[in-house]
Design a protein around this ligand. Structure first.
Ligand code: AQP
Length: 325
């Protein structure tokens, strides 16, 4: 059986990009593979966070994992900081990663732009991410397109480790969907939807109320052509709306293009609003039930125990191979 690992940062609320790009794949894969899904809270502190808020957001994200349909009987759900091997393996791999490689990381360049107080953790975070994945000997890593470069680095580090110290680590591959791998910002559809966008009109979170979803989608940037056609290059806003509608209503984009022949953006937006609200409402109801239950803590404890067993084995093998007593 294949092994799968992935994680999401508990920063702000999960948005439709995280959900359609990554988390929906997590749910499908739990029936086909041995899956480990993590709330990567150690990554979240690469940008300063309020400690109480980080605690809450960590549990919020774990509750969202369950609300979208992850089943702790099928997949292992846990919090990164509750498995110490992540930090330990992160250091071992930092001693293999090269400065030149980290300098090339696009996310680092984007997130550090314009700041004169960038912390070292933001720079080395792709190496910790590699450790997260390699500890579980994952074959596949379901992610959005923006993570492609980090998975390439992970593969490179695993191959380098195996070459220098003997075969210990599985070299994983990224699992990136054909459609929805990059959901674009509603207010700026040339760029990806992002939790850290300046305006909340950029994204729809999984917990946005129907009225807010409607407001955000009504304001979504389109173009002046008023012809519904999928063309991400020249019509990024309309194409993004088509992807959302296609994924939520389970209708192919070709079919949607036919459906909207001679019909303008007003109707398209109305339909996207309805499909989005219909999809998110039951998830939101489940989320609110789960978030306050003791069950959540118990599931995370059990998940951490299982994750610890696997991760400890790998880090021990890594240390043995490197001659670390
Ligand atoms: N816009 C997106 N479209 C498709 N997939 C996306 N992902 C993120 N944005 C999009 C995927 O979501 C997973 C978890 O991401 P993360 O928590 O590690 O955050 P991130 O990649 O840094 O992106 P965010 O959520 O928008 O945060 P910021 O604003 O901080 O960059 C990953 O698999 C990611 O590919």
């Amino acid at each position: 059986m294949k092994r799968v690992f992935s994680g999401v940062q508990p920063t702000n609320f999960v948005h439709l990009g995280n959900y359609l790009g990554a988390i929906q794949q997590f749910v499908k894969l739990q029936d086909q593979a041995d899956c480990y899904y993590c709330v990567v809270n150690l990554h979240a502190i690469t940008i300063p966070r309020d400690p109480q808020e980080l605690r809450e957001k960590t549990l919020d994200l774990a509750a969202m994992y369950l609300a979208v349909g992850l089943d702790p009987k099928k997949a292992t759900l846990f919090v990164q900081s509750q498995v110490r091997a992540h930090s330990e393996a992160g250091w071992l791999l930092q001693c293999l990663a090269r400065i030149g490689e980290l300098n090339r990381m696009i996310q680092y360049k984007e997130k550090s732009k314009g700041s004169d107080s960038v912390v070292a953790g933001l720079y080395t975070y792709p190496v910790l991410q590699a450790a997260d994945i390699l500890l579980y000997q994952a074959d596949q890593v379901p992610v959005g397109e923006d993570q492609k470069q980090h998975i390439e680095l992970t593969r490179e580090l695993a191959e380098r480790f195996n070459r220098d110290y003997g075969h210990v680590l599985t070299v994983p591959e990224a699992l990136i969907q054909k459609e929805g791998a990059k959901i674009m910002g509603l207010d700026e559809p040339e760029k990806k939807m992002s939790k850290s966008a300046d305006s909340h009109f950029n994204y729809i979170t999984m917990l946005d109320e129907p009225k807010l979803i409607e407001k955000k989608l009504k304001r979504a940037v389109t173009d002046s052509e008023n012809i519904v056609r999928y063309d991400p290059e020249t019509k990024p806003g309309v194409s993004n709306l088509l992807v959302l509608y296609s994924r939520f209503a389970d209708i192919s984009i070709c079919e949607l293009e036919r459906k909207y022949e001679g019909i303008g953006y007003g109707q398209l937006k109305k339909d996207v609003i309805e499909a989005t609200i219909d999809h998110l409402t039951p998830i939101q109801q489940r989320y609110h039930e789960i978030r306050l239950s003791d069950e959540l803590i118990r599931i995370l404890q059990q998940g951490a125990e299982k994750a610890n067993e696997v991760a400890e084995q790998t880090v021990r093998k890594m240390k043995d191979a490197m001659g670390i007593l």
